[in-house]
Design a protein around this ligand. Structure first.
Ligand code: ATP
Length: 917
């Protein structure tokens, strides 16, 4: 097996590995028609040499597999992913719904009715149960489907050699020092280094011993390399773990947990009340079976068993909506946390800025400054120095800066843009403009020290390709302070001169001028030894802010969310970009990574709220910044893309990784992924997070008021010795409305844009607030009084007829529909929310009303629900009466607005007494 450096996937093709990609390695077990082996278990493969594996699997380390062969092998093995475990057939799931104890009790009452020869009742109860169970089943099925869809949101990618070409990715050379984090398998956090030597056959051959195997599901921490895929699919080591994982249930979100608790508490109280109703009914000499059926139906209706499901579906649908807006939420609880976020710490490059780098200035070590024109990664544009155009050898001092930058470079420019880091692409583009792009070909690279955000430089060791001398030369590029540290000389008009302090200050001054203009500064040097370098100059690179980011930052700040910029760039560049984005006021405090490291945590906690720009920050500083903010009681969102960002992403309340530039390690550690690396999406996600919480409050209010109203109605009529105003089937119908589509549709109310202006919610804020309880009780009281009054009015002839219950029943259902309408917003009038803004709501309520009309006018359903056709005048009466619940709620909202306005005016008067003068 061959793992010379790192990256993954698919079948027995040859894979190029690159830093931090997720390994999607597997083993195969089958053979093709010709008897060719297309499988290798990792224990066996680990003992074989690369050549042996190539032979067995009939592949080639240089050419990979031809496309046709890939198709053949895919036909045998399928795609390189896992089948979600065999699903239970739908009919079984459906029948499973009947296992609910309450439904079983209702079925018992239907059976008892048969024995008592009350066939009508038995039939009606059965039909009603079937409807209830079907609605519950459809609801649960939808919830499962939306959760399932979530798992498909982050497809892993790979780079693979096919037909001799690397597809998707071009790795220029094989590298060294590859190490892989196998903690997902072994629990060991220390990455394991990988090499190509086969394992001794005598040695124990546990997973940790297989040093030449890269397993799917593990993460490359550093280095890059190539390997042969020895297998795909479920038979891999990862596949085994995947199967185990499937048995584990996803943990519940705090909101789901509190809904479960609420559901249990309500169930307990409902059971007590229902017990009492049945007891009193029995004392009053009412029919036992009748009371039992009513009691159980009431239990089905009053217990909001649909509450946790509606919460889950609402969260899942919210996640799907966010995915459409290019933010992938990996864990449901994060939807809740998003609404509580007080501060977002964001990287600069690529998130706040476009990461489209263009060199605009070249400063040579001997003091020449050239201006570069042209945009995009192409040769269009020119380089001008002191009024002359710079070309090839016209200005060796300027050309030298770009030459070093191109030799110490891994990017390539193609028609579709830059492959590799944009910063390096910008240097190659500058070389194209100078027509010196072939300079790197004159050297053979012997070694490489890749760039990382901690060291802030990249170095290569080369020997000249042509000529007699084969002496080694180091080429470096990186942050100016970092490069100057290793320089002893500088290049001055063709001569190498010793570097003195005055010169160094000049360079630092020049870099600060570039930084103040918002440019990113990159310095170059070369030399015979790493610590004896010749400084050649630096470039200023422009990276324009992303469109819309400034506006998003403004919106976030106005919504009580602070935005802090963390960047590896210099102080001047950071401040200039920060000011341009509206998150930094010139003259305000900014902290460097070193300062963050020096001061202790308590000191940092004291000042951190006033600092919005952090410069020369390395990933290790991010953790301390997160901790300090959390110490101040803030809920922190932190962005990151590198391997070293993983710890900070994990410890932040919301770890945010980048879909495009992010490493797999960071994506794994993150809770949310910004698909296009675009910061503005964070705003949408926070908006959704806040809105979802409000929506959940809305349907909780709706469900609670219906529940309380149904229970009180039956309790009161029993206590008042009235006959039952609703029969069992009617109660079950009400249950469908309460737990079913109308409630669900309240969960998908579109985002109210005023919500984003509200301050973040406190994590511990309960759903059931005093306001919510008051609103719920007001609605329930109106519904109960109205329904009882209609019942009493219909009963004046002292005879209970189908018309009486139909009127009462329809009255309750209409009350509920108007109640749902007023529950669409807790604070805003429906006239400002808009009647037609929630299509799902219109459909659900429209459907429920049509259903109700069927129940009243369709003879078979009339038989089931024991109803009778009503007159149009009855409807006029019922609608006028039941709309009262909506009118009262609207008036209350209006009153609250007026009171709040008065209070605000009063406060303003207190603060600004002079304004009145
Ligand atoms: P972010 O804002 O996302 O943290 P950044 O680009 O501001 O990213 P780094 O990528 O850590 O921060 O870059 C810090 C410094 O390192 C830059 O100012 C630049 O001088 C230098 N640098 C950046 N990219 C390279 C590279 N590919 N090779 C060498 N030096 C680099």
């Amino acid at each position: 097996m061959f793992v010379h450096s790192s990256r993954i996937v698919e079948k027995h093709s040859l894979i190029e590995y690159k830093d931090d990609e997720k390994l999607i390695f597997k083993e195969e077990k089958k053979e093709t028609d010709e008897g060719m082996m297309t499988f290798l278990k990792s224990d066996r493969a680990s003992q074989l040499h690369v050549d042996e594996i190539q032979e067995i699997l009939r592949t080639d380390v240089h050419y990979g597999l031809p496309h046709e062969e890939v198709i053949n092998r895919r036909a045998i093995h399928g795609f390189n992913d896992f089948e979600i475990s065999q699903e239970e057939p739908l009919w079984k799931k459906y029948l499973g719904q009947f296992k609910d104890p309450l439904i079983l009790l209702l079925l018992t009452s239907a059976v008892i009715s048969i024995f008592m020869r009350q066939f009508d009742d038995a039939f009606s109860i059965t039909v009603a149960i079937t409807i209830v169970v079907t609605v519950a089943f459809v609801q649960e099925y939808r919830s499962e489907k939306s959760l399932e869809a979530l798992t498909k949101l982050v497809p892993p990618k790979c780079h693979c050699v096919r037909n001799g070409k690397t597809e998707n990715f071009l790795a220029r050379e094989l590298a060294i020092d590859m190490s892989i984090d196998e903690s997902s398998f072994t629990g060991e956090t220390e990455p394991r280094s990988k090499n190509t030597s086969p394992q001794s056959k005598l040695k124990s051959n546990g997973i940790t011993d297989r040093k030449c195997i890269a397993f799917m599901g593990t993460l490359v921490r550093c280095g890059h390399g190539k390997g042969i895929v020895i297998g795909t699919g479920e038979n891999s080591e990862f596949g085994e773990i995947f199967k185990m994982m499937q048995c584990e249930e996803a943990p519940k979100t705090p909101l789901q947990k509190s809904m479960d608790t609420l559901g249990k508490q309500l169930s307990f109280y409902s059971f007590c009340i229902i017990g009492l109703i049945m007891f009193f009914g029995w004392l009053q000499g009412r029919g036992l079976l009748d009371m039992f059926t009513i009691g159980v139906s009431l239990a089905v209706a009053a217990i909001p068993e649909g509450l946790p499901i509606v919460v889950t579906v609402t969260l899942a649908l919210g996640v799907m909506r966010m995915a459409k807006r290019k933010a992938i939420i990996k864990k449901l609880p994060i939807v809740e946390t998003l609404g509580c976020a007080n501060v977002i710490c964001s990287d600069k490059t690529g998130t706040l800025t476009k990461n489209e780098m263009t060199v605009t200035q070249i400063y040579s070590s001997d003091g020449d400054l050239a201006e570069v024109t042209g945009v995009g990664y192409n040769a269009k544009g020119s380089v001008m120095c002191n009024g002359e155009e710079v070309k090839e050898h016209s200005h060796p001092n300027i050309a030298k800066v770009i030459e070093v930058g191109c030799i110490c470079n891994n990017a390539e420019i193609y028609e579709d843009g830059v492959h590799g880091q944009p910063t390096e692409g910008a240097l190659i583009t500058a070389a194209l403009k100078l027509n010196i792009q072939s300079v790197p070909d004159m050297f053979v690279r012997k070694n490489e020290w890749p760039f990382n955000s901690d060291t802030k430089f990249m170095a290569v060791k080369c020997t000249p390709k042509y000529g007699q001398t084969k002496e080694e030369i180091f080429f470096l590029k990186g942050a100016l302070e970092r490069i100057l540290k290793n320089c002893t000389n500088y290049y001055d008009h063709g001569h190498v001169k010793p570097l003195n302090e005055k010169r160094q200050h000049e360079y630092l001054y020049q870099a600060s001028v570039m930084g103040n203009a918002g440019l990113r500064v990159l310095a170059m040097a070369y030399g015979p030894k790493m610590d004896e370098l010749v400084f050649v100059g630096m470039v200023g690179i422009i990276d324009p802010p992303r469109p819309g980011v400034r506006e998003s930052i403004r919106m976030l700040i106005s919504g009580g969310v602070n935005v802090k910029m963390l960047t590896g760039d210099s102080e001047e560049t950071a401040k200039a970009v920060g000011a341009r984005l509206g998150l930094y006021a010139l003259g305000a405090a900014a902290l460097s990574g070193d300062q963050v490291e020096e001061i202790d945590l308590s000191q940092l906690c004291r000042i951190i709220n006033h600092v919005s720009v952090f410069y020369r920050v390395s990933p290790r500083h991010k953790l301390k910044i997160v901790k300090a903010l959390q110490c101040n009681g803030l809920v922190v969102g932190m962005t990151g893309d590198g391997v070293n960002d993983a710890v900070a992403l994990k410890s932040a309340d919301i770890g945010i990784s980048m879909g495009r530039s992010g490493t797999d390690v960071s994506k794994e550690a993150a809770d949310m992924i910004l698909v296009d690396d675009d910061f503005s999406v964070t705003l949408s996600a926070i908006e959704e997070g806040k809105a979802i919480f409000y929506n959940i409050k809305n349907f909780v209010r709706f469900q609670l008021s219906t529940s309380i109203a149904a229970l009180s109605l039956i309790t009161l009529s029993t206590v008042m010795r009235l006959p039952n105003p609703l029969n069992a089937m009617q109660i079950l119908w009400i249950n469908i409305i309460m737990d079913g589509p109308p409630a669900q549709s309240l969960g998908v109310e579109p985002v109210d844009h005023d919500v984003i202006r509200k301050p973040p919610r406190k994590v511990k804020d309960p759903i059931i607030t005093r306001d919510l309880i008051i609103n719920t009780l007001i609605s329930a009281t109106i519904i109960v009084s109205g329904t009882l009054w209609v019942f009493w009015r219909e009963m004046r002839d002292n005879k209970i007829t189908p018309r009486d219950t139909t009127m009462t029943f329809t009255c309750f259902v209409f009350f509920d529909m108007f109640n749902a309408l007023s529950c669409r917003s807790q604070t805003k009038s429906i006239f400002s929310v808009g009647f037609f803004t929630n299509k799902m709501f219109l459909l659900a309520v429209g459907g429920s009303i049509v259903g109700q009309l069927f129940v009243i006018y369709f003879p078979p359903l009339q038989a089931v629900f024991q109803t009778e056709a009503l007159d149009w005048i009855d409807f006029v009466f019922l609608i006028s009466l039941t709309s009262s619940v909506f009118v009262v709620s609207e008036l209350k909202k209006l009153l609250v607005v007026i009171i709040e306005k008065k209070q605000r005016q009063k406060k303003e008067r207190v603060y600004y007494p002079d304004d009145l003068v």
